[in-house]
Design a protein around this ligand. Structure first.
Ligand code: ADP
Length: 390
């Protein structure tokens, strides 16, 4: 079972391994509130029930009982392992690990690195461990894949003790997705992971670019938190940090509130003043809405900047991969970005690019760097790591 626990939600997928066949998936929402929603897919059909689910422990109980009730499993014993998505592993975790008591203690020690996500992740882990005590629980970390970044890439040019004493450095996120794409690209191109040199553009609501050299992450655009890097649905990406103090003073608001606005009211939403959803911006832009077009262009410009820089840093990328909600679905945005990379001989093929949600080569045969759309699948990656640690 692959689990992604948030503060008030719990997403799950049950996969048959090693075939990677999806057996069922679902989500519990509004945990801890009234009228919690539990939905699960049974034979392709979504079944929803509403009740008050006071905590994550109860959510796990309901979820497992529903699996039995819908004849998806006959008993809890059929679940061989549970893989938990964990947002942050600090600087000690470079691969997926079995979550024992010592690991829980370590995660509690680093909770301040990502309090909004790591706290709920831990609550989910503890709830599952209590109800399934005889099963191995595996942590799959968003930061792990990026632990191969060299010092020169992950260090900020700030007083050194910020790093040595307070762990301030670039960690990077979306690692599970970037790792999945790296493995999938190796399969498609029939090459060893060590021979993969690519730039991955994971563009969803959250978005990050990753430089993969010899199959390893050597740089990525997200940083100490997922706020750094390119503009996203509601996040600003990079800005001059001095803006924070300036706006706090002008608005007479605490720094925390300004950072909150950079996380929740910026990016697509901030620039367009319309929506954080790419679909809304693509259609408004086509109708001539200047700010909607600007929001897309501001992001596309910066994505192209990162890709150019990473192409150089890895010593020449053989391919650029588009993935996640926007990367997989928005042909207009893929075209917008690719057209900004013409200096490198990048040539997008408009006919091949006319696709959505499928795995496909979208560059011309004459393109100096291949362009691919590869749908990501973090849950399969979690299940693979879980299986290998069982
Ligand atoms: P996250 O997992 O970070 O929340 P996703 O990877 O699900 O985000 O991506 C969500 C984004 O994908 C949204 O901006 C959504 O509008 C966009 N998206 C999905 N389908 C399309 C489409 N057909 N055209 C343009 N954008 C799309």
């Amino acid at each position: 079972m692959a689990v992604n626990a948030g503060s008030s939600s719990l997403k799950f997928q049950l996969l048959e391994m090693p075939t990677e066949k999806l057996i069922t998936s679902g989500i519990v929402e509004r945990i801890g509130m009234s009228k919690s929603i539990f939905s699960i897919k049974v034979n392709g059909e979504k079944i929803e029930s509403i009740s008050d689910i006071p905590n994550h422990g109860e959510a796990v109980n309901i979820l497992l009982n529903q699996l039995i009730e819908h004849d998806i499993i006959a008993s809890y014993e059929e679940i061989a392992g549970v893989g938990h998505r964990v947002v942050h592993g600090g600087d000690r975790i470079s691969k997926s690990v079995v979550i024992d008591d010592e690991m829980i203690q370590y995660l509690e020690e680093i909770i301040d690195l990502a309090p909004l996500h790591l706290g709920p992740n831990l609550i989910g882990i503890k709830a599952f461990k209590e109800i399934l005590p005889n099963v191995k629980h595996i942590g799959v970390f968003d930061t792990a894949f990026h632990q191969t970044m060299p010092e020169e890439a992950f260090l900020y040019a700030v007083p050194y003790d910020w790093y040595s004493h307070y762990k301030v450095r670039k960690y990077g996120f979306h690692g599970t997705s970037h790792k999945f794409i790296t493995q999938r690209f190796a399969e498609i191109e029939n090459k060893k992971i060590e021979d993969v040199n690519i730039v991955i553009a994971h563009i969803g609501n959250g978005a990050s670019i990753c430089a993969v050299k010899n199959g390893q992450s050597i740089d990525t655009s997200m940083g100490f938190t997922p706020l750094e890097g390119i503009p996203m649905g509601t996040r600003s990406g990079n800005i001059d940090p001095a803006v924070v103090e300036y706006m706090a003073k002008i608005k007479n608001k605490p720094v925390k509130e300004i950072i909150n606005q950079l996380n929740k009211l910026s990016g697509y939403l901030g620039v367009s003043n319309l929506s954080s959803d790419s679909r809304d911006l693509v259609s408004a832009s086509a109708k001539g809405d200047h700010q909607a077009k600007l929001a897309i262009d501001v992001q596309a410009k910066r994505i192209a900047d990162y890709i150019s820089s990473y192409h150089n840093y890895i010593g020449g990328a053989e391919a650029i991969i588009f993935t996640a909600g926007i990367g997989e679905n928005a042909k207009e945005t893929r075209k917008n970005i690719s057209d900004r990379l013409k200096t490198f001989g990048v040539e997008i093929d408009d006919e091949r690019n006319d696709c959505r949600g499928v795995e496909r080569l979208i560059s011309k045969d004459s393109s100096a760097i291949k362009l691919y759309v590869i749908p990501t699948n973090e849950e399969v990656m979690i299940a693979r790591d879980t299986l290998s640690l069982l």
